[in-house]
Design a protein around this ligand. Structure first.
Ligand SMILES: C[S@@+](CC[C@H](N)C(=O)[O-])C[C@H]1O[C@@H](n2cnc3c(N)ncnc32)[C@H](O)[C@@H]1O
Ligand code: SF4
Length: 296
């Protein structure tokens, strides 16, 4: 599925964001992720979950290339994990080849389970054809220990994911280019099940990227707010956990040569917030796990 979102701000931001969903399937059911609970066959109306046809994708990109359309950025993800699409990096490469000059950067968000060394080579091959075009890979990690990974991601893939992310950084460090624009974001959606690890997560990636050439390119750590369905008391509870954790660990945004720390101090959903809401479509319960627990 492809959707374009408009954006009222000036410059290229005027062009909006092009969001491409290579697939709405996922190999995780993170308890926080409402769409992936319940193994639903459809996430977009009546349309069965599926994989975008690469030929159709290329036709759409060709159409864009033939027009004068531009975007703030192009993002490959929506409700599933894009890495499940076997031709993901063909798609990214094709977009870089044909509309690479139409967006400020290209972005892929993934849980990294399938970002194996051979897929990293595919990504590097696509990126290296246009090394000045920024490509941002967002790693949705949300934990820095195996125990917590299992709680907030629902399955035991911590070691695989850490190996894959480490490999990506090391392989990127080997690139012999005057300027590296293959960028990384380490994402942590702060919630009850992982709040105790927020400082450790920040310190880990700060120290890891400071070593050798692990921090070439642009890198950031994003400590993101948990969004809880319709707002109301559960959203306020999640917001309190966020604020209390930031305060408890004295986390403040920083910018270093090798990495930046970003916090989400604003509440993006404020304008839609219903202070009277008592229900939410995502019940995280006292344990921080969605109900029913589907991991068994
Ligand atoms: C739905 S996922 C799809 C892409 C990919 N599977 C991933 O996890 O990065 C997109 C983003 O939504 C975030 N997300 C999922 N549930 C969330 C929630 N309840 N609150 C805030 N962010 C959430 C994930 O951390 C991820 O960054
Ligand atoms: S990996 Fe992404 S899409 Fe999959 S369940 Fe987790 S947050 Fe949702």
């Amino acid at each position: 599925m492809i959707r374009a979102m408009s954006d009222a701000a000036p410059s290229r931001r005027n062009c909006g964001v092009l969001q491409i969903e290579p697939t709405d399937f996922c190999n995780l059911t993170c308890p926080m992720c409402h769409p992936q609970q319940g193994f639903r066959p459809t996430l977009h109306g009546d349309l069965l979950k599926g994989y975008m046809d690469t030929a159709l994708f290329k036709k759409i990109i060709d159409g864009m290339a033939a027009s004068d359309v531009c975007f703030d950025h192009v993002i490959f993800q929506w409700l599933g994990d894009p890495s499940l699409h076997p031709e993901l990096f063909d798609m990214v490469g094709y977009a870089l080849d044909h509309i690479g000059d139409r967006a400020d950067y290209f972005r892929v968000d993934t849980n990294a389970i399938l970002l194996t060394p051979d897929r990293v080579e595919q990504l590097i091959e696509a990126y290296s054809r246009h090394p000045l075009t920024p490509v941002l890979v967002v790693f949705s990690l949300d934990s820095i220990t195996r125990e917590t990974y299992k709680v907030v991601k629902g399955r035991d893939y911590y070691d695989t994911v850490m190996d894959n992310v480490h490999h990506f950084l090391e392989r990127r460090g080997e690139l012999d280019l005057p300027s590296i624009n293959l960028n990384a974001e380490f994402q942590f959606v702060l919630q009850a099940g992982n709040a105790h690890e927020a400082r450790r997560f920040v310190d880990y990636w700060d120290e890891y990227c400071a070593r050798g050439r692990n921090g070439v390119g642009y890198n950031d750590i994003m400590v993101k707010r948990l969004s809880v369905g319709t707002g109301g008391e559960k959203q306020h509870a999640a917001d309190r956990i966020y604020q209390d954790t930031i305060t408890k660990f004295g986390l403040e945004p920083f910018s270093k040569d090798h990495i930046h720390l970003k916090l989400w101090m604003e509440r993006a959903w404020e304008e839609h917030d219903d202070p009277e809401a008592t229900v939410t479509d995502l019940d995280l319960g006292d344990t921080g796990l969605a109900k029913p627990d589907l991991r068994a």
